[in-house]
Design a protein around this ligand. Structure first.
Ligand code: ADP
Ligand code: MG
Length: 290
């Protein structure tokens, strides 16, 4: 009979001055011995070198990711900042001009100053959005799991988004179980994931449409589906939607979906994106129970 490898196990320990010792242990069952006793071979592999190389590669990858992130942040921050600077200069000039005795001229200057201020406020808002997203990626903590009623959370998030959805002429249809649907989850994080998906759905439906949110539960898992009637996603775009910084929107950060996936996976769940039943896009999140 062919010996089969079983029960692979990697042990780590310290090996004096040489650093970490990492060994692979495998138990290979052998044919029975002459007296019927069962024999097994214990194979010990020293894989310290490979493990160290892997750690170095991971480190290099992390550094590269940080460099990429820094470049993006710089780029995202520079434009709003220079526009704020310019508007502030114009505002200074507007305010420092000669005193207008004439009411009409004064009114014109006030209007001008208000325009400049609202342009500044817009750019500041943009900066706040961007930095909030970046911070979230940079330090998403381990989820703090508590019993959470997903049904109630879905209702809350939709109620909270209602004004924006109304403005975008997006109708919502909810298909939720009657009973509470409990999972062990970090409420703040799952809320964030939901908000990101609802926002994407709304942004996809430029001319309005229907947003369908449904929840289905069995003993082992809860499936949450969010479906929109937007234009859908091309195959080559779909490949990249979870990549950090990938966006097709002029003011997108490309961080909504990577954050969402990170959250779902930190909960032991999965997220998938597929074409909607009729048109549009459906995101399905599966959370394990118990
Ligand atoms: P952002 O929304 O800032 O662009 P996301 O990570 O949330 O970043 O989304 C990445 C990209 O995935 C979007 O730019 C868009 O191209 C695509 N996408 C996400 N959700 C949808 C959707 N519901 N319909 C169509 N495209 C979507
Ligand atoms: Mg988004």
């Amino acid at each position: 009979e062919e010996p089969r490898a079983r029960a692979g196990l990697t042990l780590e320990g310290t090996r004096g001055a040489e650093g970490r010792l990492v060994v692979d242990l495998r138990v290979v069952p052998m044919a029975e011995g002459e007296t019927g006793e069962r024999l097994a071979l214990l194979v010990v592999d020293d894989v310290s070198e490979a493990a160290a190389a892997r750690a170095r590669a991971l480190q290099a990858e992390r550094l590269a990711a940080i460099g990429k992130m820094a470049a993006h942040i710089t780029h995202e921050i520079r434009n709003p900042l220079s526009s704020i600077g310019l508007n502030v200069e114009l505002l200074e000039e507007t305010i420092a001009g000669p005193d207008d005795a004439e009411p009409a001229a004064r009114a014109r200057r006030t209007t001008e100053a208000q325009k400049l201020l609202s342009a500044i406020a817009r750019e500041v808002g943009r900066l706040a959005d961007v930095s909030e997203d970046y911070l979230r990626v940079a330090r998403l903590p381990q989820p703090r799991l508590r019993p959470l009623d997903l049904c109630a959370l879905v209702r809350e998030v939709i109620e909270f988004a209602r004004p924006e959805l109304d403005r975008a002429r997006v109708q919502v249809s909810l298909t939720l179980p009657d009973a509470a649907t409990l999972v062990a989850a970090d409420e703040g994080q799952v809320r964030q994931a939901l908000v990101n998906l609802v926002r994407n759905a709304r942004e996809a439906m430029e001319d309005g449409g229907e947003l369908r949110v449904s929840l289905a539960a069995d003993a082992r898992a809860v499936t949450l589906a969010i479906e929109d009637e937007g234009p859908g996603i091309d195959e080559e775009v779909r490949q990249r939607i979870f990549d950090p910084f990938f966006t097709t929107k002029s003011t997108g950060t490309g961080l909504g979906l990577p954050i969402t996936r990170q959250i779902v996976e930190a909960h032991g769940g999965t997220i998938a994106c597929e074409a909607g039943a009729v048109k549009g896009t459906r995101f399905s999140l599966v959370f394990p129970r118990g």
